[in-house]
Design a binder for this molecule. Structure first.
Ligand code: AP5
Ligand code: MG
Length: 218
C-alpha cells in the first residue's frame, strides 16, 4: 500500500503515520523528520534547510524530492510506504509521479486530512516532541504522564522552533498557497480520500482502517 498523507500543519499526519506504520508494517517517510534529523546532525543539507524551516517556508523542491526519491530506492519500500508531508507542491507531486511510474508503480491512495486553522494552531502551539525517540505529545490533548518527560523512553520533551504562533500562521499560509492545489491534482487522478483531521486520534484511526478495507488495499 503506497500512501500519501496530505493536510495542513497540525492535521495529525505524523501522529496517524506512526500508528498506521505499525499496524500495516510500512515504512513511515516524513520529509519534516528527515530534514530535522539533518539539522540535528549538522549536515550541510540541514544547515541549508534550517533557514527555510525556521521561517515556516518550504525547502526548495529539488532538495526535498531528491531525498524522497533516494529513500524510495531502499528495499523496505517494496511492499509500500507512507509519505508524510511530501509532496507539498505541484512540482514535487509531478516529479514523484514520474519517478515512481518510471519504476513501474504509483500512489494507491492520498488521504487528505481536512482540518480548520483554529484546530491546527491550538494543536501545534501545544505540541511537545521527545528529543530522543521523536514521540509526539500535546500539553492538553495528549499529555505525557510526567510533565516534560517522554512516557516511552524517558527522554526530554521540547517545543519545535517552528511551533510558535507567528511561524505556525505562516506555515498555514504556505500550505494554502502551495500545497492545497494538490487536492485537485490527486482528485483528478481518482485517488484522493477526504477525512476529517479534527477527530480524535483513535476515532480517526478507525475511519482510516475502514477506508483501506473498503478500497481493498488491505
Ligand atoms: P513537517 O514536519 O512536515 O511539518 P508540517 O507539515 O507543518 O506538519 P506538522 O508535523 O506540524 O503536523 P502533522 O500533521 O504531522 O501533525 P502531528 O501529528 O504532529 O515540516 C516542517 C518543515 O519542514 C516545513 O515547514 C518545511 O520547511 C520543511 N518541509 C517538510 N516537508 C517538505 C516538503 N515536502 N517540501 C518542502 N519543505 C518541506 O500533530 C500535531 C499536534 O496535534 C501534536 O501535538 C499531536 O499530538 C496532536 N494531535 C495529532 N492528532 C490529533 C488528534 N486527532 N486530536 C488531537 N490532537 C492531535
Ligand atoms: Mg508532522
Amino acid at each position: 500500500m503506497r500512501l500519501v498523507l496530505l493536510g495542513p500543519p497540525g492535521a495529525g499526519k505524523g501522529t496517524q503515520s506512526v500508528v498506521l506504520a505499525k499496524k500495516y508494517a510500512l515504512p513511515h517517510i516524513s520529509t519534516g523528520d528527515i530534514l530535522r534529523e539533518s539539522v540535528k546532525s549538522g549536515q550541510p543539507l540541514g544547515l541549508q534547510a534550517k533557514k527555510f524551516m525556521d521561517k515556516g517556508e518550504l525547502v526548495p523542491d529539488e532538495v526535498v524530492t531528491g531525498i524522497v526519491v533516494e529513500r524510495l530506492k531502499k528495499s523496505d519500500t517494496m511492499k509500500g510506504y507512507i509519505l508524510d508531508g511530501f509532496p507539498r507542491t505541484l512540482k514535487q507531486a509531478e516529479d514523484l509521479d514520474r519517478a515512481i511510474k518510471g519504476a513501474g508503480s504509483g500512489i494507491d491512495l492520498v488521504l487528505y486530512f481536512a482540518t480548520s486553522s483554529a484546530v491546527a494552531i491550538e494543536r501545534l502551539t501545544g505540541r511537545r516532541v521527545c528529543r530522543s525517540c521523536g514521540q509526539n505529545y500535546h500539553v492538553k490533548n495528549i499529555p505525557p504522564k510526567k510533565e516534560g518527560i517522554c512516557d516511552k523512553c524517558g527522554g526530554e520533551l521540547y517545543q519545535r522552533p517552528d511551533d510558535n504562533e507567528a511561524t505556525v500562521r505562516n506555515r498555514l499560509k504556505v500550505y494554502e498557497d502551495q500545497t492545497k492545489p494538490l487536492i485537485d491534482y490527486y482528485a483528478r487522478q481518482g485517488i484522493l480520500k477526504r477525512v476529517s483531521g479534527d477527530m480524535g486520534v483513535d476515532e480517526l484511526f478507525k475511519v482510516l482502517s475502514k477506508v483501506f478495507s473498503d478500497a481493498k488495499l488491505v
